[in-house]
Design a protein around this ligand. Structure first.
Ligand code: IMP
Ligand code: MG
Length: 207
């Protein structure tokens, strides 16, 4: 059954992931999406983060810098709960290689357009993995002399960290599993799913 049809039938957690190819030629058939965070769980995480941020930045104005594309859904939910005025900007970063691992060599392909000198900046990210993406972006934003530069991330795979960087605001820690849904993709698929899933082989013992 194609994923979209299964999803409509409410069966997305119980069917093989859509047939797609890894960049290295491995077929995606034989994998499945397992529910990790429901829409309700996500909403309560986002609400908690927004409350914390609104309290900490009370009376100030924030510039949110959203990392495209994965954090777009998280950002759009978060801003609706925030009680402080915000400006919103986007960056797009590429790390060489696609598939399940970042390479560590990062380039900026779309920069911020709002001046951030003297501003409170909050980076909005979907997942922290090795930490290299956020380290690169934070170091780069700091060159523009913001008043502050902090990080808000939905998910954190702490076990995979390669550099010293932590989120100032974190949704939840996750195991070393591959995540899709709620803006997060596998080779551009599954971003539209309103829940968060982790991908496992069909014969994985967790099933
Ligand atoms: P890092 O630079 O190694 O911390 O990688 C962070 C980036 O890798 C995130 O912005 C995601 O785009 C991507 N990433 C890390 N883990 C996953 C995952 O499980 N699913 C999808 N993308 C991921
Ligand atoms: Mg990303």
């Amino acid at each position: 059954m194609p994923l979209d049809a299964a999803y409509e039938a409410g069966l997305a957690g119980h069917v093989p992931a859509k047939r797609i190819r890894f960049s290295n030629g491995v077929n995606m058939e034989g994998y499945r999406l397992n529910p990790l965070l429901s829409q309700e769980q996500i909403a309560s995480i986002v609400q908690r983060l927004a409350d914390q941020i609104s309290k900490d930045y009370n009376g100030r104005e924030l510039v949110l810098v959203c990392i495209l594309k994965g954090a777009f859904m998280f950002l759009s939910d978060l801003v609706r709960y925030l009680k402080v005025p915000v400006k919103i900007d986007f960056v797009r970063l590429t790390s060489y290689g696609s598939g399940m691992k970042t390479s560590g060599i990062i380039e900026i392909t779309k920069d911020i357009e709002i001046p951030i000198e003297g501003k409170d900046v909050l980076i909005i990210e979907d997942i922290i993995d090795s930490g290299r993406t956020l380290q690169f972006l934070k170091d780069r934003l700091i060159l523009a002399n913001p008043l502050s530069a902090k990080i808000c991330a939905l998910l954190d795979k702490k076990a995979r960290r390669e550099v010293e960087i932590e989120a100032d605001y974190l949704g939840t820690e996750v195991d070393d599993v591959f995540i899709v849904g709620y803006g997060i993709d596998f080779n551009e698929d599954y971003r539209h799913l309103p829940e968060v899933y982790y991908v496992t082989p069909i014969d994985h013992p967790k099933q």
